[in-house]
Design a protein around this ligand. Structure first.
Ligand SMILES: NC(=O)c1ccc[n+]([C@@H]2O[C@H](COP(=O)([O-])OP(=O)(O)OC[C@H]3O[C@@H](n4cnc5c(N)ncnc54)[C@H](OP(=O)(O)O)[C@@H]3O)[C@@H](O)[C@H]2O)c1
Length: 281
């Protein structure tokens, strides 16, 4: 399978490239310097040139707090950029797999979010990702939008930050009233490549939005406890969000119900503890 990965230098993009190659796929991995998704003409030219079976968009503006002051940039990448790829894919009749986020929800639901729940983003980042989803869906075409959450496994994420802080600090205050599903970048890559294969099948028609996140759901504090399990230090203190103010507001509950992806693609929710222990060891 020829898979073109856009945003190949990022956390999920790198995993897609490495895993895809190891599974024997022909991966065309383009980082930002090779393809800027805000340049619509270049996106079309690149797709025409590489003739992939599927395009996966792992490119995004992901600086959640900085986005509050860089709204135009976040929207140009997460909305215009996503739309550019969807347009080119539609024009060339290529299946398009796009990644979105739990931050499109407002976090007030009691229970896990299903794909049909209304979005209500609380931040510029969440708004820009929700706009990207809307633009892709409005175009129609062969699109899958995979909403995931709390990604770890690369160089910049909660696990990496905790590991770095754990080297220098004896005590850490961690937010204990935001709940979500930590998800390994490799598991997301594995999921997307499995979907990429399924959509090649004759007559496939289950396009649309899917949720995919790790289990069990935890708070950031509980996740940190798992990261430092078996260590005396740092000592962890659970705190409410109010005690750790950030420029962007985050949903209190961003648990994603992942039964649709199981029903349609037979993809299970991964247990994040396995991926975490591999990283820690
Ligand atoms: N990280 C999370 O916790 C999380 C949670 C839920 C959903 N997601 C979603 O998962 C997807 C992958 O996230 P990630 O964690 O892998 O993010 P990441 O590590 O920040 O990677 C994003 C990549 O996109 C690239 N990029 C930015 N603007 C671009 C442009 N105009 N053209 C081409 N490439 C561009 C970045 O390049 P530069 O580094 O050069 O800017 C970076 O390599 C995103 O859609 C994100 O919204 C992430």
């Amino acid at each position: 399978m020829r898979v073109l990965v856009v945003g190949a230098g990022g956390q999920v993009g790198t995993a897609l490239k490495d895993l895809g190659i190891s599974l024997g796929h022909h991966i065309i991995a383009l980082d930002r310097s090779e393809l800027d998704i805000t340049d619509g003409a270049s996106v079309t030219t690149s797709l025409e040139h590489h003739e992939p079976d599927t395009v996966i968009n792992a490119a995004a503006y992901t600086a959640v707090d900085r986005a509050e002051a860089e709204s135009a940039l976040a929207f140009s990448i997460n909305a215009d950029g996503a739309e550019n790829i969807a347009k080119a894919c539609k024009q060339l009749d290529i299946p398009f797999l796009h990644i979105s986020t739990d931050f499109v929800f407002d976090g007030t639901k009691l229970g896990a979010y299903v794909e049909e729940d209304s979005v209500g983003p609380l931040s510029v980042y969440g708004n820009s990702k929700a706009e990207g989803e809307k633009r892709i869906q409005n175009l129609g075409g062969k699109n899958i939008i995979l909403r995931t959450a709390w990604v770890f496994g690369g160089e910049q994420n909660f696990v990496a930050t905790m590991q770095r802080l754990g080297e220098s600090r004896d005590e850490l205050n961690i937010v204990n009233d935001q709940t979500g599903g930590p998800t390994s970048n490799l598991e997301i890559a594995n999921c997307l490549l499995a979907i990429a294969e399924k959509v090649q099948e004759e007559g496939f028609s289950d396009w649309g939005i899917y949720h995919f996140a790790g289990a069990p759901s935890v708070t950031w504090y509980e996740f940190a406890c798992a990261i430092f399990a078996g260590r005396d230090k740092p000592v962890l203190h659970p705190i409410p969000t109010e005690k750790y103010p950030t420029p962007a507001v985050r949903p209190k509950n961003s648990v994603l119900d992942c039964s649709k992806i199981k029903d349609v693609f037979d993809i299970d929710q991964p247990d994040w503890r396995k991926a975490l222990s591999a990283i820690i060891s």
